[in-house]
Design a protein around this ligand. Structure first.
Ligand code: FAD
Ligand code: NAI
Length: 471
């Protein structure tokens, strides 16, 4: 242990939380190491999450659009064939380019990249089992746990990533399944269901709740999304619980039951995607050696400065509280380094956007109607449909709307919810407005270029306190 190399800060886990934190620490002049066991930087997001899924979403959308949506645009296309191998290769290339980019940024910012599995020996020392064999030991004045999350398994269904798959299998299937079942109509379920449905699979999504998209999505928007995705060919079974699964035969048989009990049925498929949520990952980290505990959902317990009960050991990203999103992890990574170096940092948890990258996209920031009602907040609603937006009309992409929720008395924006083309880009304006404490009128009086989809954003804001011009 006396040979351990000394650092100001060590990040255990090189996902978005760990790699961003390490770069920031390097920029702040701290001596920093980042330990990552998968042999690649970028974690879930770059390797098996955000990036590969968006590559497949983008290219499967193009394929689907060429098949079904060019005639009316005056484009007659000849034979269209799917080359799944090439589509996967394009995905792999975007991942490889980005992970290499992070390695370059490590070098540029003086971060020591330690490839291996890290485990606490004591409160300051970490033993690393190196990917290339052997082990090393590091000593940190500060240590940040950024070990991320993993798929929550479905009891009784063993994951083989071929027939019973998680999102990791779903971004790497070698052929398009004839029938696919999806357990869970949250973000992973809907994004992956979209990809494989567009490529030709018959996909059925089973969701326990009465709406798709998870609890953060506004109910109006979720209803519209479901309608549009159904038109695209997805099948939904809402208010339905998967009670058990059997993959011992050729395919996968699921037993379903009405959420409130009663009606039962079975659902057969060639491939079944398990997408019932993710849980923090801290396996083999040696937390027992330092007496750090996790809560009932396996999350590491921290205070507002990301400190565990051992103050120089902090935790950020998916393995602790808050939404499991890459940009949330990134904000925390910058803040945790600022706390370590300067004693203060900042993340506004009330202004973290969410985006579902289906077609159309769904994006929101702040609170939805149900949350405001539950909290007894009085609010105004303004909305504007893309059918009345000139750019959406020229693009023949008129599905969807922008919805604003603002305080009844002060007009301060409380939530923005969008379903439509480019919603994921447009939500940045909503997030900025929320961060700055803007009112709907502030947004409506801001000049927006014509013709853009963003004019729908402005007019939705206008309609919360006055009337939209074009609707
Ligand atoms: P992770 O990215 O999970 O990184 C943790 C890293 O720590 C891993 O690489 C792991 O190998 C390493 N590690 C663990 N234990 C040890 C150890 N003991 N020693 C060394 N290394 C260790 N979020 C978005 O915001 N937008 C999206 O579009 C989006 N799409 C997603 C799509 C999918 C299919 C999935 C699964 C997730 C998606 N997410 C998305 C969520 C996003 O990937 C996570 O929120 C993000 O990766 C969290 O970052 P993290 O650094 O906390 O954890
Ligand atoms: P999720 O929590 O979003 O959705 C899981 C859904 O499964 C819930 O709606 C739940 O009601 C349902 N469910 C649970 N048990 C069930 C059962 N037995 N039968 C039927 N339905 C059941 O989790 P998901 O989709 O796995 O995603 C995990 C996390 O990954 C997300 O919360 C998100 O943070 C992140 N992610 C983000 C993306 C993005 O930002 N675009 C993309 C993909 C993932």
């Amino acid at each position: 242990a006396s040979e351990a190399k000394d650092y100001d800060v060590i990040f255990v886990g090189g996902g978005v939380a760990g790699y961003v934190g390490a770069i920031k620490a390097g920029q702040e002049g701290l001596k920093v190491a980042c330990i990552e066991k998968r042999g690649m930087l970028g974690g879930t997001c770059l390797n098996v999450g955000c990036i590969p899924s968006k590559s497949l979403l983008n290219n499967s959308h193009l394929y689907h659009q060429i098949l079904h949506d060019t005639k009316k645009r005056g484009i007659d296309v000849g034979e269209v064939k799917l080359n799944l191998k090439q589509m996967m290769k394009a995905k792999d290339e975007s991942v490889a380019g980005l992970t290499k980019g992070v390695e370059f940024l490590f070098k540029k910012n003086g971060v020591d990249y330690v490839k291996g599995h890290g485990a606490f020996v004591n409160e300051h020392e970490i033993r690393v089992n190196l990917v290339d064999g052997g082990e090393t030991q590091l000593k940190g004045k500060n240590i940040v746990i950024s070990t991320g999350s993993e798929t929550t398994p479905f009891p009784g269904l063993e994951i083989d990533e071929k027939k019973v798959i998680t999102s990791t299998g779903a971004i790497a299937l070698e052929q398009v399944p004839k029938k696919m079942s999806v357990i869970g109509g949250g973000i992973i379920g809907l994004e992956m269901a979209s990809v494989w449905s567009r490529l030709g699979a018959e996909v059925t999504v089973v969701e326990f709740l009465g709406q798709i998209g998870g609890p953060g999505m506004d109910a109006d928007i979720a209803k519209q999304a479901q309608k549009i995705l159904t038109k695209q060919g997805l099948k939904f079974k809402l208010n339905t619980k998967v009670t058990s699964g059997d993959a011992s035969g050729d395919g996968v048989k699921l037993e379903l039951e009405a959420a409130k009990g009663g009606k039962q049925e079975t659902l057969d498929a060639d491939v079944c995607l398990v997408a019932i949520g993710r849980r923090p990952y801290t396996d083999g980290l040696g937390l027992e050696n330092i007496g750090i505990e996790v809560d009932e959902r396996k999350r590491l317990v921290i205070d507002q400065e990301y400190r565990t009960k051992v103050p120089h050991i902090r935790c950020i990203g998916d393995c602790t509280f808050g939404p499991m999103l890459a940009h949330k992890a990134e904000e925390e990574a910058v803040a945790v380094v600022e706390y370590i170096k300067h004693g203060h940092g900042h993340v506004n948890y009330g202004a973290i956007p969410s985006v579902m990258y289906t077609n159309p996209e769904v994006a929101w920031v702040g609170q939805n109607e149900k949350e405001l009602k539950d909290a007894g907040v009085k609010y105004n609603v303004g909305s504007f449909p893309f059918t009345a937006n000139s750019r959406a009309k020229t693009n023949l992409e008129t599905d969807g709307m922008v919805k604003f929720l603002s305080d009844k008395e002060t007009d301060r924006i409380l939530g923005v919810h969008i379903i439509g083309a480019n919603a994921g880009e447009m939500i940045a304006e909503g997030t900025l407005a929320l961060e700055y404490g803007a009112s709907s009128e502030d947004v409506a009086r801001t000049c927006h270029a014509h013709p853009t989809l963003a004019e729908a954003f402005k007019e939705a804001a206008m309609s919360t306190y006055s009337k939209a011009i074009h609707y």
